[in-house]
Design a protein around this ligand. Structure first.
Ligand code: AMP
Ligand code: MG
Length: 487
């Protein structure tokens, strides 16, 4: 490994230093023929990195972990996790590495992380690799989420490795360079708690407080305050997912962050028709992570975090449980408040409208959407047009016109604000059929469709002529969409 002549790049290794028990020093595998497929120039600039330098051969080698930035000591992170409800005591980064922490120009610490960089000691049966399609999928969906105003890890680049990856077929390999405010997960706490090392658990909690919730350090009970901050962040996050129609698909506790950022885009997808039972993942046969279950699952995952934190909450376990249960109780209230506020915004309701009016109005609309399997995203955007006086497009989505008209009359009487609606109801989301077509083309070497899709979904609220194809619901023949976890 040599030092890269990218003068701005210097990484810290705070995680590896403070939590050595959770960090195995490791190197990325050699990349036979690295080729940059996509670089997030705005994000690079935000991080203080020179996009032009990242496009040079050395820059690309940095993005696959072959050239170490100054200060970098890559590590595979250890974590445990409840996967589909069953506990796995040792998961960890099987095919990922934390390169280190970058201090951006505003002073924020951001993890620079690679996915698909080769087997690590946590790889178990896995090959440590990732394919072009799934890494581009994470890139597109995470950047769309960011543009939608939803907290998420970010994608800096995808580099094709030139190494074939064996899945159901042989696919081209890739490495994703990812940025996050940290990679601390609920599963990190489960792992630390299971070691029985109280000092490690405390150091992990202190690290989380300092990086994400510094105000908790000043609280009477800092670790309870940490837990409550995570509860709040996740309640707000999952409400945003629900409001935009996002289905994460694999909400295992190792895929839930402490920061409240969305992480690990595997079999995720956006709703077409509004249906609480929607499942896209081929491995989620029981529907545990169905669209409508996400708030309950988040709460369940937070209960696992609470269990891990118990030794820090109170020396008396019964008292610790009482405290944790009290704080976990906030999740439902905060989730409900965030979701209701978001729905009011989606309908453009003026602040004076009471809950007694707004709640049944929202419920009745969702009932209509569900009954007729109306496209969720299209409907809310067309309602914005209706608020502006163009009633046709929204009305035409419904077969039972009189039922819709009765609802629309009640709503219009409240004076919805069309402009406010257009700021929260996207025109463009990464629609499954469009994503699929772009990834298939990219896997075959044609990046044009991907560029078009990224252009649409990274400015999701601004309707532009010529981009109608990105706004339209899936064609009839597209069928029930399935995403595969063999990523
Ligand atoms: P996920 O549910 O995709 O977040 O991954 C669950 C666990 O499996 C994590 O510990 C991953 O690091 C590991 N894993 C997933 N795919 C691979 C792979 N191809 N090689 C090694 N480990 C993997
Ligand atoms: Mg994961």
């Amino acid at each position: 490994m040599s030092v890269v002549p990218l003068p701005a790049v210097r990484l810290g290794n705070r995680f590896a230093r403070e939590l050595a028990e959770l960090a195995i020093p490791w190197q990325a595998e050699e990349t036979p023929d690295p080729r940059l497929l996509v670089l997030n120039e705005p994000l690079a600039s935000e991080l203080g990195l020179d996009p032009a330098a990242l496009r040079t051969p050395d820059g690309v080698r940095l993005l696959v972990g072959e050239l170490a930035p100054r200060g970098a000591g890559p590590v595979a992170q250890a974590y445990a996790g409840h996967q589909f409800g069953s506990y796995s005591p040792r998961l960890g980064d099987g095919r990922a590495l934390l390169l280190g922490e970058l201090q951006d120009p505003s002073g924020r610490l951001r993890d620079l992380h690679l996915k698909g960089s080769g087997r690590t000691p946590f790889a178990r049966g896995g090959d440590g690799l990732a394919a072009v399609g799934p890494m581009l999928r994470e890139y597109v969906v995470s950047e769309a989420m960011h543009a939608l105003g939803i907290p998420t890890t970010r994608s800096l680049a995808v580099v094709a490795t030139g190494r074939p990856v064996r899945r159901e077929t042989v696919l081209p390999g890739a490495v994703l360079a990812r940025v996050a405010s940290s990679h601390l997960r609920v599963g990190s706490f489960e792992y630390a708690a299971a070691t029985g090392d109280a000092d490690l658990l405390r150091r992990l909690a202190d690290h989380a407080v300092q990086r994400h919730y510094p105000a908790a350090a000043e609280a009477g009970q800092p670790y309870l305050a940490l837990f409550e901050a995570v509860v709040s962040a996740q309640a707000a996050l999952v409400a945003k997912w629900m409001l935009v129609g996002f289905v994460h698909g694999v909400m295992n506790t190792d895929n839930m962050t402490i920061s409240g950022e969305t992480i690990d885009y595997g079999p995720c997808a956006f709703l077409d028709a509004f249906d609480l039972a929607t499942v896209f993942s081929s491995i989620d046969v029981g529907g545990r992570y169905a669209y409508g279950n996400q708030p309950l699952v988040a709460e369940w995952n937070l209960a696992r975090l609470a269990e891990a934190l118990l030794p820090l909450l109170h020396p008396d376990q019964d008292r610790a449980v009482e405290l944790a249960v009290g704080s976990l109780g906030r999740f439902r209230e905060e989730y409900a408040a965030a979701w209701s506020a978001g729905m009011r915004a989606k309908l453009g309701l003026p602040t004076g409208v009471s809950a007694a009016v707004a709640t049944p109005l929202v419920d009745d609309l969702l009932g209509l959407l569900r009954a007729e399997r109306v496209d969720y995203t299209t409907c809310f955007r067309h309602l914005g047009a209706a608020a502006r006086g163009d009633a046709g497009p929204a009305r035409d989505l419904f077969r039972d016109r009189p039922a819709y008209e009765r609802w629309a009359t009640r709503w219009a009487a409240l004076g919805p604000d069309a402009q406010a609606m257009d700021r929260v109801n996207p025109v463009y989301i990464p629609r499954n059929h469009v994503v699929e077509a772009a990834l298939t083309a990219a896997t075959d070497g044609d990046l044009g469709a991907l560029a078009g899709l990224l252009d649409a979904v990274t400015a999701p609220f601004t309707e532009r002529p010529g981009l109608e194809g990105y706004a339209a619901a899936a064609p009839e023949g597209f069928g029930a969409y399935r995403t595969f976890c063999g990523t």
